[in-house]
Design a protein around this ligand. Structure first.
Ligand SMILES: [Zn+2]
Length: 71
């Protein structure tokens, strides 16, 4: 289960220059659950975001937690 809302306010995975916002639901896909980047105009589904973020977040957290033990 991927909650798209969890990704709102996160840095855009494509350009990293802006944060993800709820996509404007006025155009072809009203009510579609998409995150939208106002800078590069990327539209990302919850699945896209989960795929892009899961490995990154995992390695980031594992680094945080393993670094003190490694020394
Ligand atoms: Zn972007």
């Amino acid at each position: 289960m991927h909650a798209l809302r969890d990704h709102f306010g996160s840095p855009c995975p494509r350009c990293a220059k802006d944060i993800l916002q709820p996509a404007p639901s006025t155009n072809r896909m009203p009510g579609q659950d998409l995150a939208w980047c106002p800078t590069c105009h990327a539209t990302l589904s919850a699945d896209d975001l989960a795929r892009r973020r899961a490995p990154k977040r995992g390695s980031f957290l594992s680094r945080l937690f393993t670094r003190p033990h490694a020394r």
